[in-house]
Write a protein that binds this ligand. Structure first.
Ligand code: JD8
Length: 404
């Protein structure tokens, strides 16, 4: 990948030679070019700004130097073959599209990025309009706060993009477990610890020293979910049903209604399986409260009534145990169960490679729904009495977006 920067403060990009980008350049993964906008002026004062048409405070960056900069860096005409690495010009601006990990992953698919770093009150709008005629243009904001220029944003975007380039991160694995990465379903990172086991009277959580990878994976997922719920509930944005009804994380206060819904649904299971010997049927309110702290549980409310639920948790390091898919009897057959089954698969942690669930041997309707969803009966796997086990292998879509 080639990255060019046009700026009136070229020294701002000295850090490119350091640390991360520096290593990438050494590995031949990237090439950088920093260009002083004033080198594209011709007057004694090397003028790059002038007063704003329409009046107002501050100065605006003149179009001519930018035009000449683009003449030097971009193909002349717009009809340059898109696939042949048509450059992408990134104007960093507070009025741009928000920069996030998905956009970083998208920009990492480009062959040539040209960062146009403005100053003063901004760049004459005709420069952006002109650039669109000869390159892909992205106007990108680093965040909802005001900086004095575009250089800091260009550096931050560079770091987020270059580290995603194939062959850059020593172990690509570590990219998987990161906050905001598509792989972690957008969860924030879990807390991390290293030696010594005790520091200033503080212990490393016992589970991390247990050697039980399954327990560790489940603890880390629970910590990531808890931290995200506390700090970034927006990242836990509920998915919604076709009619806009949200699927939200259960809270302890849902326990009583969950118990009622569970009893109603498992009476039907008892009838379908001609047996009352079904654990869910015998659980108490405290049992429900207890498993709500151990399982990722999601619920659906209609007109305030809790009408459906599902839960999931890690079994070992890479198996997602799905259960308690419940739909109020009066709403069964409406597709709610199918949607919740799809949802609980989507929210499974990145490390998961297979799903497992079980249902009554006599629960033919449930089994049909699971088979249609890609689950397969596994008579060779141990199942609770009177139940059958079904599993499904995880297939992750290739989340990278290209500009083709
Ligand atoms: C480019 C000039 C300063 C902005 C008058 C202050 C990005 N997230 C972000 N915040 N601010 C910028 C940014 C600010 C810039 C320029 C980016 C060029 N300024 C201007 C408008 C108000 N001054 C940014 N990315």
């Amino acid at each position: 990948m080639r990255l060019d920067y046009v700026t009136i403060f070229p020294d701002f990009f000295a850090p490119l030679a350091l640390s991360l980008p520096g290593k990438a350049a050494a590995k031949g993964l990237v090439a950088f070019g920093v260009h002083d906008l004033r080198s594209f002026t011709h007057d004694r004062h090397r003028t790059v700004d002038d007063t704003p048409y329409g009046g107002g405070a501050g100065m605006v960056m003149k179009p001519e130097p930018w035009g000449e900069a683009f003449d030097a860096l971009l193909p002349a005409d717009t009809h340059a073959d898109a696939d042949a690495g048509r450059p992408t010009v990134v104007f960093t601006t507070p009025s741009g599209e928000p920069f996030d990990q998905a956009l970083a992953a998208e920009l990492a698919t480009r062959e040539h990025l040209v960062f146009a770093c403005g100053r003063y009150e901004g760049i004459d709008q005709r420069v952006i309009d002109h650039a669109r005629e000869r390159a892909e243009v992205r106007e990108i904001s680093l965040g909802d706060y005001v900086l004095n220029g575009g250089e800091v944003a260009a550096l931050a975007i560079t770091e987020a993009v270059v580290r995603l380039l194939p062959g850059f991160m020593g172990n690509a694995e570590s990219l998987v477990e990161e906050s905001h990465s598509a792989e972690t379903g957008g969860l924030l990172e879990y807390p991390v610890y290293t030696k010594p086991p005790t520091w200033r009277g503080r212990e490393v959580p016992e589970v991390l020293r247990s050697g039980d990878h399954g327990k560790v994976a489940r603890w880390r997922h629970e910590q990531a979910v808890r931290r995200t719920a506390e700090r970034r509930p927006d990242l836990l944005a509920p998915s919604v049903l076709d009619d806009g009804t949200p699927i939200v994380r259960a809270v302890p206060a849902d326990a009583a209604e969950l118990l009622v819904l569970q009893r109603a649904c498992w009476v039907q299971e008892a009838l379908a399986n001609d047996s009352l010997d079904i654990p869910a049927l015998h659980e108490s309110l405290d049992d429900v409260r207890a498993w709500l702290t151990e399982w990722d549980t999601w619920v659906v409310r209609r007109a305030g009534r809790l009408v459906a639920a599902v839960r999931g948790r890690l079994e070992g390091e890479d198996t997602w145990d799905i259960g308690r898919i419940m739909v109020a009897p009066d709403l069964q057959g409406s597709g709610l169960g199918r949607v919740l089954l799809e949802h609980i698969q989507q929210v499974a942690p990145a490390s998961v490679t297979s799903y497992v669930l079980f249902t009554g041997a006599g629960s033919v309707r449930n089994q049909r729904m699971y088979r249609k969803a890609g689950f397969r009966l596994r008579p060779n796997l141990p199942a609770p009495a009177g139940a059958v086990v079904l599993t499904k292998t995880v297939h992750r879509p290739d989340t990278r977006r290209t500009n083709l």
